[in-house]
Design a binder for this molecule. Structure first.
Ligand SMILES: NC(=O)c1ccc[n+]([C@@H]2O[C@H](COP(=O)([O-])OP(=O)(O)OC[C@H]3O[C@@H](n4cnc5c(N)ncnc54)[C@H](O)[C@@H]3O)[C@@H](O)[C@H]2O)c1
Length: 251
């Protein structure tokens, strides 16, 4: 079990879904958490439910000034910053021929530029703390080509690459950077997903994942238990990216 005692973590897009599950688990494991999102009501409610260990800051990851304000609010509340989880993202499933350049730009701006802004914004605080851990939430769509995901997939491939470059450049400052690649996870981003045995028969574990299952991996990468892990890409996808799975009814 990854302990996070004494760590201060900023988690973007944490008002709901995986980010909210990460905020809850981080607090359970001893961390203080800065929950940020553009969704104010949900974010405030979550922070209140976590008591003194969490604050909510309204924050748009595309805006560098908003990043500076979120980091400053976190440091003023908790005194330091050790962990950044770049989790905020938006989704689009559409054939490439129907995807406009504006849609591609919008997705890249939130999912890739947002994380880039975040890495730069936390650097001074992490350097002052003597190091830190940055976890970038990419996707299975950032490991393989996924049909009808030209904009979203490009942003997630970009984030995977950015993670490796940041790991190389920030390693000497003892800042670790890793990417996480979830498969289908039941959250408001993909409301059509169901959960439970058999809910996703076309991947090896034959079910969708839960936000809490991603949170366990993110907590591990954020913790000192992962002290020698940087530049890695880790899946949490029920085996989806392992290869070409043949579902039972097609064997
Ligand atoms: N759910 C899945 O199947 C799945 C699969 C692979 C990867 N992911 C990735 O996991 C991460 C979490 O997604 P989720 O499934 O919890 O979805 P979600 O939609 O529930 O959560 C994403 C959050 O990001 C916030 N957000 C969007 N734009 C923002 C902005 N400009 N600034 C700040 N916050 C913003 C949203 O308000 C939302 O609360 C995302 O990076 C997503 O791409 C999800």
């Amino acid at each position: 079990m990854a302990e996070l005692n004494g760590k201060v973590a900023l988690i973007t897009g944490a008002a709901r879904g995986q980010g909210a599950a990460e905020a809850r688990l981080f607090v359970e494991r001893g961390a203080k958490v800065i929950i940020t999102d553009v969704l104010e009501a949900e974010g405030k409610e979550l922070a209140e439910s976590l008591g003194e260990a969490a604050i909510f800051v309204r924050h748009d990851v595309t805006d560098t000034e908003s990043w500076d304000a979120a980091v400053a609010a976190g440091i003023s509340a908790f005194g330091r910053l050790d962990v950044l989880v770049n989790n905020a993202a938006i989704y689009l499933m559409k054939p490439l021929v129907e995807t406009s350049s504006e849609e591609l730009e919008r997705i890249l701006k939130v999912n890739l530029l947002g994380a880039f802004n975040g890495i730069k914004a936390v650097l001074p605080a992490m350097t002052a703390a003597g190091g830190g851990s940055i976890v970038n939430i990419s996707s299975q769509a950032g490991l393989e080509g996924l049909m009808n995901h030209s904009a979203y997939g490009s942003s997630k491939w970009g984030l995977r690459g950015l993670s490796k470059i940041a790991a190389l450049e920030l390693g000497p400052s003892q800042i670790r950077v890793n990417s996480v690649h979830p498969g289908p996870i039941a959250t408001p981003m993909v409301p059509y997903l169901t959960t439970g045995p058999g809910s996703f028969p076309t991947l090896p574990l034959e079910r969708s994942g839960l936000p809490e299952e991603v949170a366990e991996l993110v907590a591990f990468l954020a913790s000192d238990a992962a002290a020698y892990i940087t530049g890695a890409e880790v899946t949490v996808d029920g085996g989806l990216a392992a290869g070409k799975f043949i579902p039972r009814n097609m064997q």
